[in-house]
Design a protein around this ligand. Structure first.
Ligand SMILES: [Fe+2]
Ligand SMILES: [Fe+2]
Length: 281
């Protein structure tokens, strides 16, 4: 008997949260999902995360939250990160950074324990520390009896991501890529029993540029004049990878890319939790 783990990519703003609220509970039911891991670095107003949104994501069915380069964009997340054992920040930040690098969470039925961690890539990403040793050290710290292990590799370059897949092949159950917001078609199980995908894609509005309004992005690109990159609204989709894992060995047995279309939520892209006005969800 295998268990099903759903890994979801960058939840972007209210459209991302709304498509999740709308589609995730039924998906968990239909596909018998035992654990949901989601990258939520863009969940609040398109950048950062707040304690209120953490609660909502858990209500929608997210069990563990990973983060990326926008981890501290909203300062109020720090307290939640220190209190919650269901949020992890990238392992290769400096030692003084708040939050935990890995956690162990139970499956929804409490039968199995799953380790969750995340790391940042370096290529075209800014001045982060090397993820390689940091990831290896983190995996050493996780109790050996926790065989089911999931890592979100938040990185830009597909080459660096696939290299991480091979680096961890046979050592973890799942390596799922996030950050580019564009789903890739390479979900597979590597020969060591590690499910891998370069990028699961964002859970957010695809009628835009990586979740931002396309008119604003285009105006900046075509005029050199600054504009606010507000979150887009149209064509929201929930994207992820569903992996069947043998709970005894921690090996992945199958990997399936998930992309589910939602509807545009009424009332504009923001709510009070974004710190930008009205509250809807
Ligand atoms: Fe992102
Ligand atoms: Fe990112």
């Amino acid at each position: 008997m295998s268990i099903n783990i759903l890994c979801i990519g960058d939840i972007v703003g209210r459209p991302g949260r709304m498509v999740l609220a709308d589609k995730l509970p039924a998906f968990i039911e239909e596909r018998k999902v035992d654990l949901v891991v989601a990258n939520a670095e863009n969940a609040a107003g398109g950048s950062g995360l707040t304690p209120q949104i953490v609660k909502k994501l858990h209500r929608y069915g997210v069990d563990a939250i990973t983060l990326g380069d926008h981890v501290f964009r909203k300062r109020e997340i720090v307290q939640a990160m220190e209190q919650s054992d269901r949020i992890v920040r990238p392992v290769n930040l400096l030692p003084g950074a708040a939050g935990r690098r890995w956690t162990v969470v139970p499956t929804k039925d409490n039968r199995y324990q799953v380790a969750v961690t995340c790391a940042l890539g370096q290529m075209y990403m800014g001045n982060w520390n090397s993820p390689w040793q940091a990831v290896a050290k983190t995996l050493d710290e996780i109790p050996a009896d926790v065989k089911i292990r999931v890592i979100d590799f938040h990185a830009e370059a597909s080459s660096e991501k696939i290299a991480m897949g091979w680096y961890l092949n046979g050592k973890v159950s799942i390596v799922f890529g996030t950050h580019t917001h564009i789903p890739t078609a390479d979900a597979r199980v590597l020969d060591g029993g590690t499910a891998f995908i370069s990028d699961v894609g964002m859970t957010g509005p695809y009628d835009g540029v990586l979740g931002r309004r396309k008119d604003r992005v285009l105006s900046v690109l075509t005029t050199s004049m600054p504009a606010r990159f507000d979150v887009a609204e149209g064509d929201p989709r929930m994207c992820g990878m569903l992996v069947a894992v043998n709970p005894q060995t921690g090996k992945a047995e199958s990997a399936e890319r998930i992309e589910i279309q939602g509807q545009v939520a009424e009332g504009g892209a923001y709510d009070a939790d974004d710190g930008q006005g009205r509250s809807h969800d």
